[in-house]
Design a protein around this ligand. Structure first.
Ligand code: URP
Ligand code: ZN
Ligand code: ZN
Length: 463
């Protein structure tokens, strides 16, 4: 494979910022050196003068083609991973689903079949457990050994993904012994279903009621519960899509107690709010996801959590449904709106905007979007950094370019943007995936099937 040299840029990792040239050979980074200190030659030279040279993003939470509410997330692995590349993300970890009365292996095989040979960038899998029983618990060990090292359990969605406290405890006990990481969707789903029924009976049918019934207190209660279950099991815990300040407080308290608990939030909770859910007509349906968007005051607490490391990761929970025909399933009944929002293409830019706005520093940007998810899910330093030996998953990022986010220009297979019209400073210019250029000067030059499956190691914070 050809040697590539990236010259003149400011290399930013979670640890350092340095003016250095980066030499790539065989799909890997082989060396970094200050520009005047080497005489390297290469087959291809990428001039990054005035630009940032950053690790490709690691999005630890996506749902390509996920079945939900009688439909499927509108991005396939092909379209979704291409959009991810456009946005500077070079690895996704998607959720394979064990359906009820099926084995984990059957669920995993089905997701491999969807992704195999079509992805633009590398990918791994978490496993959603919807049927915790003696046999699926035993299967967890084999999955961990094969590189699927994290398992999502739900306290929400009764009758679909829901597990009771006993099942969650058993899965955590198994993870404590096999090194796996339990991830939880923490909302009290049984209580929420009562509130949904009561709201509909009162005639409250608009999208904004989705946010009202899925109360912050019910997120906090479930977060508290799964933290204590993980403590009893002696297992680490990762809470996905944290949106409520009360849930952040639960995580912060547990971390202050020294417990190995971790939290993820998503751009939609940092940049959007219940004001969006209340947009007139049926527009609010675009913003229906769970956990739901919260009132604006919660955003400050999430940003603070990201600065203080009470929250460690920003993933997208990319789960797009078109407004026409998919979100519209919930016209007149908010509980039938498929839950999920698009975002895999926007995460790196939105978080860079947070750097521009002074909310986080540049290295923290790389930490929460690249390095921490890579460490959390056993991919570091292959992914998430730029260092000798790392995969050459690299983004040349123009920190001064201006862009307006819009469905008219995005590459996700969905008919709206959650950030329509938002002006951001900063833009992906060139993207390399294992040394192969996949985005070049704002053009896609990759191919389906370049992306390969990446088996993962254990969580590097907990083991
Ligand atoms: O609304 C969401 N988050 N949809 C995707 C499924 C999940 O719970 O993560
Ligand atoms: Zn979830
Ligand atoms: Zn999700």
């Amino acid at each position: 494979m050809a040697r590539t040299l990236i010259t003149g840029g400011l290399v930013i990792t979670a640890a350092d910022e340095l003016h250095a040239d980066v030499l790539i050979d065989g799909g890997r980074v082989v060396a970094l050196a200050t520009p005047d200190s080497h005489g390297w030659t290469a087959d291809r030279v990428i001039d990054a003068t005035g630009k940032y040279v950053i690790p490709g993003g690691v999005d630890g939470h996506t749902h390509m083609e996920m079945p939900f509410g009688g439909t499927y997330a509108s991005d396939t692995f092909e379209t979704g991973t291409r959009a991810a590349a456009w946005g500077g993300t070079t690895t996704i970890i998607d959720f394979a689903i064990q359906s009820k009365e099926h084995t984990l292996a059957e669920g995993l095989d089905a997701w491999h079949a969807k992704a195999d040979g079509v992805c633009a960038i590398d990918y791994g899998f978490h496993m959603i457990m919807s049927d915790v029983n003696e046999s699926s618990l035993r299967e967890m060990d084999a999955l961990v050994a094969s590189g699927v090292t994290s398992f999502k359990l739900f306290t929400a969605y009764p009758g679909v993904f829901f597990s009771d406290d006993g099942q969650i405890l058993r899965a955590m006990q198994r993870a404590a012994s096999n090194g796996g990481l339990v991830m939880t969707h923490a909302e009290n789903g049984l209580a929420i279903d009562v509130l949904v029924e009561q709201a509909l009976a009162r005639g409250e049918r608009d999208p904004r009621h989705h946010g009202e019934v899925r109360k912050a207190l019910l997120e906090a209660e479930a977060t508290h519960r799964v933290i204590r279950l993980s403590q009893v099991a002696g297992a680490p815990l990762y809470v996905v899509h944290v949106s409520a300040r009360e849930a952040v407080a639960e995580l912060a308290r547990a971390r202050d107690e020294g417990l190995p608990v971790f939290g993820e939030t998503c751009p939609q909770y940092l940049f959007l709010s219940t004001d969006n859910l209340a947009e007139p007509g049926f527009e609010g349906a675009k913003y229906v996801c769970s956990t739901p968007l919260r009132p604006k005051e919660h955003q400050e607490v999430l940003w603070r959590g990201l600065r203080t490391d009470d929250l460690q990761v920003v993933s997208t929970d990319h789960c797009p449904f078109c407004f026409k025909g998919q979100k519209e399933k919930g016209l007149g009944d908010f509980s039938k709106i498929p839950n999920g929002m698009p975002g895999v293409e926007n995460r790196m830019d939105l978080l860079h905007q947070a750097v521009v706005d002074g909310r986080i520093g540049r290295r923290r940007w790389i930490e929460i979007a690249c390095a921490a998810p890579a460490r959390m899910f056993g991919l570091y330093p292959k992914k998430g950094t730029i260092a000798p030996g790392s995969d050459a998953d690299i983004v040349v990022y123009d920190p001064r370019a201006q862009q307006t986010i819009s469905a008219a220009t995005h590459h996700m297979n969905v008919d709206y943007s959650a950030y329509e019209g938002k002006r951001v400073t900063g833009r992906v210019e060139t993207v390399l995936s294992r040394g192969t250029v996949v985005i070049e000067d704002r053009a896609y030059v990759g191919r389906p099937g370049h992306g390969t499956y990446v088996p993962r190691g254990l969580c590097q914070y907990a083991n």
